[in-house]
Design a protein around this ligand. Sequence first.
Ligand SMILES: O=C(O)CCC(=O)C(=O)O
Length: 200
Amino acid sequence: MGHLDEYRVEDLPGADVLYIPDFIPKETASEWYQALEQSCTWYHPKLKVYGKEVSQSRSIAAYATDPSITVKYSGHTVNMIYTYPAILQSIQEAVEERLGVKFNHVMLNRYENGMEYIGRHRDTKENRVIASLSLGAVRTFIFTPTKNAGESASLKKIPLLNGSLLVMKGDTQKLWRHEIPKEPKILDGRISLTFRQLDL
Ligand SMILES: O=C(O)CCC(=O)C(=O)O
């Protein structure tokens, strides 16, 4: 991914993050938003939080290229679908082509408005590539350093634009957490597609 060096995000010591603000034109982003809203199998996962079952506020849809791929989080086994809708297939190919890497799983998140969020967390600690495409409302992505990120590390906010691509790799997950906080003033929806490389 050396050809993408110009997109490297500064001020994230130890992390390896690229941000391409104009990965696709806004008009394409709006078309993809509508197509995905209609063609994906969305649902609200039921999670176990301190032993209680709660319905996750944001809905998700999940696809994988190989039937051996399964994902579980917070006591919930993700409803994985092994056939991509055509639009999703072509979006994954566009991301793969731009980055020069292959993915075998995509998790889509749909935030109806600014009240829906994702709490501060880390993804797999392995140093695989995770690429996240943003469609719709601009939401703020916040990186928070762990202790191991060093003295100079401090919170970093990135407003994720409609049609932008954020790429995390290397030690990013090991040293930093990320979240999309509530922003109650935002009334519009956002869909993110997080492309991943999982073990078969
Ligand atoms: O919606 C996003 O861009 C963030 C999603 C995220 O943090 C995740 O799937 O781990």
